[in-house]
Design a protein around this ligand. Sequence first.
Ligand SMILES: [Cu+2]
Length: 512
Amino acid sequence: MSHHSHLHKLNTVAVHLGLLKNGKALLFSGSHKKLWDWTKGEANIWNPNNPDHHENSNLKRNLFCSGHCFLPDGRLLVVGGQSTFNYPHVIFGTVIGVLPLVLKILGKEAADHDIHTFDPDESDPNLQWTRHSPGMSKARWYPTCVTLPDGNALIVSGTWSHGYHALFGGFMNKSYQIFDSTTNILSEPKSFGFEHIHMYPYLHVLPGNHLFVHSDKTTKFWDISQKQFLSGEFVTSTGGTRTYPGMGTCVMLPLNHDDQVAKIMVIGGSTVMKPGKEDDATSIPEMLTIPLNDPTNSAGWQEKPHHLKRFLCDSVLLPDGKILVTNGAEKGTADSNQIAVMKIELFDPETETWQELANPLEKPRLYHGTAILLSDGSVLAAGSTGHDFTRAIFRPDQHFEQEIEIIEPPYMASNTRPQITNSPNSMQYDTQYEIATDSTNITKVSLIRMSSTTHNNNMDQRCLFLNIVENSATLKIQSPKNGSWAPPGYYLLFVIDNNGIPSVGKPVRIGT
Ligand SMILES: [Cu+2]
């Protein structure tokens, strides 16, 4: 088989990347020449079916280092954005409060108080982005958000002053807010209850209405109905931070419809709590097995077979239930890293083993790299701002990666992939539906949420294997039990045959 290039050049840096319900990819950030200029934003829409073209979407604000998750109707909620530029005089001006005031008067205030949505149903590039008012009263730079079982989005973390952050190591926004996806109204901030939360924590909604929250090395569980943390916490055993600025990636393994436990893995990260340029990344993944009826009853984080040493890496849930791990570097901290890791790995949760793909990445994907699953089962890797952001400011063309690339998991080479010939466009919870396929050998049916990611933190990603209730002349499945198993929104539906080969995914709206 001849090896052809999978690279496509766009005119934005995919620091932020999402798969829209129409199957196109949305990429956005600051200007590809000046990511840090808080007055300039940039967004592209790329169609995998027409890969040599892209559309520009008119993003007026710089949403560099925001957080985002998909709402039930397929809009992307984007929280925050670029803070003011971190030159020393700017930091000083920010700390004494003069700069934000002056910028507000000039109409040039930074985007870190902003709340935006992107609407894929809108074809006019000038109307796709909506800035909602009022924004957040207290800024969030590097926040995380997640769509809850009721379809509203929980927003946590982020620093509220870039200036204070640069000088004193971080002033965290410790409140939570909820964005109502029906009224577009943001709730008043309330204390989240995680005293030492840092930037871009990992959040996952667990079946049964608890939220997994992990920051640095500490895991806690938040009761979504009571809006408070359960007592007790768990600590990863390998010592280093797993989140920003030494972040690896965190993924909930595929759920089965009758599971009593959820398994969450941290893959990659740092060997130390406060990484510098010379500190090694880890090669030790850890897994937390969480009893769904009482998460605090977990036996704690456990080491699993080692992968390649890396941080700044992304995990992508594949339709067959395996996890693809790509991107990153062997040493360092976010903006100052060394030795790109070009190899791509697959983790099989059934056997708990790792395998390397035959072809490596074509481009280094370092800090601000991204990767997501596309509808056909391939993986889109994108973004990167290189080894050293300070140097990149003088030669952005050499550092700010505008080329995106397609990774093909082994099943993409199969010329006998099963096909879904008919499937529902939407599904209520806990209901039976028929799926028509061209194969009589379907053994599994998976749902993967169409996801968005930034800073190696996929805030949407989850995979659920559905209950097959009939598999004879017709294939009949039971949809997810409720929003805690599959928060409302758009998913890709895949069928997998007895050789483990998945179909192309069909978009389906869950929980309408
Ligand atoms: Cu960033």
